[in-house]
Design a protein around this ligand. Structure first.
Ligand SMILES: Cc1ncc(C[n+]2csc(CCOP(=O)(O)OP(=O)(O)O)c2C)c(N)n1
Length: 299
């Protein structure tokens, strides 16, 4: 409502819950921040004020873009005393629950609606999301295509729990805004890859609704014992695991280019285990989709 009244665009982190739902038809909610903020266009469109609501967004481009900014105010709003500010760019801190603050602010500001600034950002979002969708559609079956598969197949009552490492970043980069609701949950904390199966099981149990965990193979193996509770609690849990035999995120480290370093052994840390072993462990049904259609069918 605040964005609709002020015309200020929202760069919505996937875990914020703002990317999905009927409000996206009325308010300028953007999902391509990870791509836009690393472009020249974003350098030419620096705002006077950035209001950061809640935890630090996932996007690395956002962090670098803030660091590159020499002017303007950065207001961090948080009620948990975190004020995440890894780049030391925050100029103002507001101790308030972000949703409550937005509600009060929306009630007090006028109803200006979209401005040229709003139009510029929403047009950039339109172009970027079209380009992203085209790239995803023409790519091999990889992480972006998995996100597209989840987007297409998950019902609005499903809870999507997303793991740290690349899955949350994949969602950030490739999940578009849509008026269909989607409940996304993440636990960024210190970005741990531990306890994710247990978290998803707890979400499924508490909500009583079908739950999907989107995870990497290391995070799944880290909390394999969490699966023991799935059958006992009788929850409806589907695990979508991108199996790249280790930590795919480490292939983005600059050291990957150092020829004398055995990057694969030291950073990627392949384990050689087949995630299919969960089949025997908990009696789960295992599917090995190798294209978007078979992923959608399996889901
Ligand atoms: C508990 C814990 N141990 C280690 C790490 C360091 N770490 C960050 S990402 C990562 C790799 C995760 O691999 P995977 O879950 O397969 O996801 P991918 O990188 O392939 O997307 C590791 C080990 C961490 N974040 N948390």
């Amino acid at each position: 409502e605040l964005a609709r009244r002020t015309g200020w665009p929202i760069l919505a982190d996937p875990a914020s819950g703002l990317r999905r739902g009927p409000h996206t038809d009325r308010a300028p909610v953007l999902a391509t921040g990870e791509h836009l903020l690393r472009s020249r266009w974003a350098d030419d469109h620096r705002p006077e004020v950035v209001v950061q609501l809640g935890a630090m967004p996932t996007s690395k481009s956002y962090r670098l873009w803030l660091e590159g900014s020499t002017t303007g105010r950065v207001v961090a709003v948080d009620h948990l005393g975190r004020y995440p500010d890894p780049s030391h760019v925050v100029t103002h801190r507001v101790d308030a629950e972000p949703g409550a603050l937005a509600e009060v602010a929306a009630g007090r500001c006028g109803n200006q609606g979209p401005t040229w600034w709003t139009e510029a950002w929403t047009e950039a979002e339109r172009r970027a999301s079209t380009a992203v969708a085209r790239v995803v559609a023409n790519s091999p079956f990889d992480e972006p295509a998995v996100v597209a598969g989840l987007d297409a197949a998950l019902g609005s009552d499903t809870r999507l729990v997303v793991a740290n490492s690349m899955p949350i970043r994949d969602l950030d980069a490739f999940l578009p805004t849509d008026c269909r609701p989607m409940r996304i949950m993440a636990n960024r904390g210190a970005c741990g890859i531990d306890g994710l199966v247990s978290t998803a099981t707890g979400v499924a149990y508490d909500s009583g609704t079908p739950t999907v965990l989107f995870t990497g193979d290391l995070a799944l193996l880290h909390d394999l014992s969490g699966l023991a509770a799935v059958r006992r609690l009788g929850v409806d849990l589907t695990v979508v695991v991108v199996d790249n035999d280790g930590g795919g995120i480490f292939s983005f480290l600059p050291i990957v280019d150092a020829a004398h370093v055995d990057h694969r052994r030291l950073f990627h840390t392949p384990h050689g285990l087949d995630p299919g072993l969960v089949d025997e462990f908990v009696g789960a049904s295992l599917y090995r989709p190798d294209d978007p259609v078979s992923l959608a069918d399996a889901l």
